[in-house]
Structures are given as structure tokens and as C-alpha cells.
Design a binder for this molecule. Sequence first.
Ligand code: BDR
Ligand code: CA
Length: 303
Amino acid sequence: MPRMIVDCDPGHDDAIALIVAHEYAEVVGVTTVAGNAPLSATTTNALLMMALLGVDTPVYSGASEALAGPAPHAQAVHGSSGLGGVTRMEHDRTVAGTDAVGFLLDAPRPDDWIVALGPLTNLALAIERDPGWVRRVAGISIMGGSAGVGNVTRVAEFNIWADPEAAARVFRSGADLTMCGLNLTHQFRSSDAVTERLRNVDSPLAAFAVESFDYLHARMAEFIGSRDAALHDPCAVLAVTHPELLETEMRAVDVETTGTLTRGMTVVDQRVTRRRDPNNVRVAYRIDAAGAMDVTLAALGVS
Ligand code: BDR
Ligand code: CA
């Protein structure tokens, strides 16, 4: 089983990713960042997920702001709490600490992965404190960016757009990087048919997933006119736990931090010429969506 630290901003798809991660990896710790909702909410949600999972994985809270200032949120999609529409079980879990960056720097062993599911602020701060850190981990698997369409803007995806300066630092850090961008994650979607399969499972995790998908599907109906919802964050976990489900290509990728129309864009060198810039990122292009859904549903107790 691979070992990983999950840096996240739960968030509905982060929550499903945490469930998948705990099924197929040894999760050494969870660090939280402001993103889908303010830091206090994403941290509360991470603790709720640990309680639902019945695991003792330590949760460390991290950055409440982007490097350049206040963090934007995605509460229109995820709800003001970051996990709209879900029942919250009673529990007495608290954070193990508030120095997520210190935990990221101290905890990993050389074969540990960092899986980043939110804005990259915590990771950028870790690199600032110790640029050699990225060479002491197996790699960083990121849900973020795109080798195509954006979601917040025409070309920018939320996690990168929310803190482009942080993302630029991570992409230029020399880390072994895998990027699961929107061009990939839009291939992996939940649907009402998936929710129906989960309704037959009698477990707190499946009940959570039903409420989560019902909420997300209603938001998608409002925003894009179709109820299916891309399951972005689980893709970055699966890139580590089930790499055979993904097809990747090495590419040169940089983050635009100044463009008027393109701030927060991951600019991927997809030229066919031999004069391409040096590759720094393993870009995921295709996912076996049926296989990924089987693996995800198995983690939620569907046999
Ligand atoms: C990403 O943004 C967030 O809203 C999701 O949790 C995911 O990490 C998709 O753009
Ligand atoms: Ca996320």
C-alpha cells in the first residue's frame, strides 16, 4: 500500500477522495487549506471525515489565505459549510496541530506521496521553508489546472486560480509532479445512477456519499444544466493508488501569474515540434472511468 499525506479543502469531492485514500493507501496525515470554504470550515470537514471513517489520522490545519492575500472560495458549488447537504455526526475530534507546513516538512518518509486537492498554498510555504523537501518525498499528485478548458475562467481551474503564486512555486520546484487537471477529471463523473447503487448500501460512508452526490448533482443542474458531477479530487488519489487507470505524458507546464485573461492558467507545452521546453510534469490525459468508478464504489462498500 502506498503511503501519503493528503492536503485538501473539503469540499464534496475532497471528502470522497479522503474515503478512497483511506481504503487504498496508508494515510499518514491530512493537512487542510482554505479553498472551497474558509479554513475553519475545511478543517471541520476534514475532522468529520476522519470521524465517519473511524480512523485516527491526524489533521493539521494550514493556510487561511493565499500567498497574495485573501483566499477565494467555491461555496456556490460546495455550500457555505463546504459540505452542504450532509448530515453531521456528533464526534469529539480536534486538530493535532495548526502548523500544517511543519507537519508536511517533518512527517514524510522518502517513499511517501503528497496528494494535493486544494489550492497549493501549504505546499508552496513548505518549499519556501525548505526547497529540498520536494526531493525527500516520492512525488506530488495534484488535482489542479488543465491541459484544456478552465472552470473559474475560460482557461483557469479553481485550485490553481485560487493561489497562482503558490502553484507557480510548486510547478517550478523540481518535484516529481503528476497533474490531474480538468481535461482528465471531466472524464470521471458521478450520476444519479451511481447514487442509486449507493442507496442500497447500509453504512455511514455510503449514506454520506448519497447526501453528497445528491447535493452536488443539484448544484450541477443549476450551473450546467446536467446533474452529472465531475469527481475531480479522487483522480489525484487514484493516480497514486491505481496508476494503471490513467494515461499520462511528460510535458512542460508553467503557471501564468500575470495574464489579464489567463491568470491561474496552467500553460502546457503540447507542441509536436522537437523544440519543446524541458518536461517537468506528468500530465494525466485519460482515465478508465468505469474502472475508477468500480474502485471508488468499492471503497464506499458497493460490492
Ligand atoms: C477543484 O476545485 C474544488 O472546488 C474541488 O474540490 C476540486 O479540488 C476542481 O476545480
Ligand atoms: Ca478540492
